[in-house]
Write a protein that binds this ligand. Structure first.
Ligand code: TXA
Ligand code: MG
Length: 323
C-alpha cells in the first residue's frame, strides 16, 4: 500500500467509516487506553496478514483479539473461574487474558499463530469501544508501530511509522496508560503473568487471592507459555523439511508458487501465483491440514525471504527445528 492513511478525528462518522474499512479487510489504527492498536477483522486470515505485512514483523506473534466486554469475549474463549474474576475486576481495562479457544472460535488461525489459546482484551477507551461495537466482531490489534520500534501513544506516532502502509488512523488524543496491557494466562487452573503492563501484579494477586507466578520465557525457549517463542506456536507432529527441491516417498507437500506441482500426493499451495500475503493468510490452516496422522514429513518448497516471506520462513523454521 503506498497511499497515505486518512487521519480522522474521533467521532461518529470516522468510526462508521473505520468499521466499513475493517469489514473490507483493511487496516485501521485506533486509540486504546494503553497504546494505539493496528486493527483488522480478527476473523479474516487475509485481513490479519495485512497487519503482519504493515508491521514488517519478522515472525508471526499471536495477536490480541479486542472485544467490548466479557460476554463478547466468552463467544471466542473459554473462561474459567480465575479468568472471570479477573475480567470482572479489570475490564474494560489494560488487562489481556489468555484462555483456551472455544471449539467454534472464529478468530483466524493466523491471528492466533496457530495456537489453541487466545488472548482477549476489552479496552477502556470510548473510541475503541465504539469501533468494536460498530463492527460487531473481534478486532485483532498489536501495537501500531513498525516491528522493532516503540509502541505509539499518539496518532502522530502512528502516522510517522505506518502512515503509508495502512488505510486509516483515528485520532483520539494521547493514550492515558501509555504502556501495554498486562497479560495473564488462565489455563487449567494455572494462572501466570506473561507480560507486566497497565495493571499491577499486586492488583491481580489481590483479586485471585493467590500468587500469579511469572512465566519464565525470557531465557527458556521451552516454556509452554512464552509469548512469541518456540513453544507458544503451533508445532506440527510431522517433521518439516525446508527448501525442498524434490519430494520424498510418503511426504506431504507445502508448496509455494507451484514449484512442486508435479508431486502426485497430498499437496497444498500457499499461493499458486507466489503472493506472500496470500501465503501468510493460508499458512497455519494449511500446516494443520497437512499434519495428518499418516503424514511423517512435510516437504516445504523454497519461499523467498522478502516482505512477509521472512515471517513465513521464521515460523516454518521453528516448526522444522528438532524437538
Ligand atoms: O495494550 C495492549 O495490549 C496493546 C493494545 C493495542 O491493546 N496491544 C499489544 O499487542 O500490546 P502486541 O501484539 O504488541 O502484544 C501482544 C502480546 C505478544 O507478546 C504476544 O506474544 C502475546 O500478546 N500473546 C498473544 N496471544 C497469546 C497467546 N495465545 N499465548 C501467549 N501469549 C500471547
Ligand atoms: Mg507491540
Amino acid at each position: 500500500m503506498n497511499h497515505k492513511a486518512e487521519l480522522a478525528p474521533a467521532g461518529p462518522e470516522s468510526i462508521a467509516s473505520a468499521a466499513q474499512i475493517l469489514r473490507g479487510r483493511g487496516l485501521v489504527a485506533f486509540p486504546t487506553e494503553t497504546v494505539y492498536g493496528l486493527g483488522a477483522d480478527a476473523t479474516s486470515d487475509e485481513a490479519v496478514a495485512g497487519i503482519y505485512a504493515a508491521k514488517g514483523r519478522p515472525g508471526f506473534n499471536p495477536l490480541i483479539a479486542h472485544v467490548p466486554d466479557l460476554a463478547s469475549a466468552q463467544i471466542h474463549g473459554a473462561f474459567n473461574a480465575h479468568a472471570i474474576a479477573l475480567a470482572e475486576a479489570f475490564w474494560p481495562g489494560p488487562l489481556t487474558l489468555v484462555v483456551p479457544v472455544q471449539p467454534d472460535c472464529k478468530v483466524s488461525l493466523l491471528a492466533r499463530a496457530g495456537l489453541d489459546t487466545l488472548a482477549l482484551r476489552a479496552p477502556d477507551h470510548a473510541v475503541a469501544q465504539a469501533l468494536l461495537r460498530a463492527l460487531g466482531g473481534p478486532v485483532a490489534a498489536p501495537s501500531a508501530n513498525r516491528s522493532g520500534r516503540v509502541s505509539p501513544t499518539t496518532a502522530a506516532h502512528v502516522l510517522a511509522d505506518l502512515g503509508e502502509r495502512i488505510d486509516m488512523i483515528i485520532d483520539g488524543g494521547a493514550c492515558e496508560v501509555g504502556v501495554e496491557s498486562t497479560i495473564v494466562s488462565c489455563l487449567d487452573g494455572d494462572v501466570r503473568l506473561l507480560r507486566p503492563g497497565g495493571i499491577s501484579r499486586e492488583a491481580i494477586e489481590a483479586v485471585l487471592g493467590r500468587a500469579a507466578p511469572v512465566a519464565d520465557h525470557a531465557d527458556k525457549a521451552s516454556s509452554p507459555l512464552a509469548p512469541g517463542m518456540l513453544a507458544s506456536h503451533y508445532a506440527p507432529r510431522a517433521q518439516v523439511r525446508m527448501n525442498a527441491a524434490h519430494v520424498g516417498p510418503g511426504e506431504a507437500v507445502l508448496d509455494f508458487a507451484s514449484q512442486l506441482q508435479n508431486h502426485p500426493g497430498l499437496r497444498l499451495d500457499l499461493s499458486p501465483n507466489g503472493n506472500l500475503r496470500e501465503a501468510a493468510a493460508n499458512l497455519f490452516a494449511y500446516l494443520r491440514q497437512l499434519d495428518a496422522p499418516d503424514v511423517g514429513s512435510i516437504a516445504v518448497a523454497p519461499i523467498p525471504m522478502s516482505g512477509l516471506g521472512e515471517a513465513i520462513n521464521d515460523r516454518l523454521n521453528r516448526a522444522a527445528a528438532p524437538r
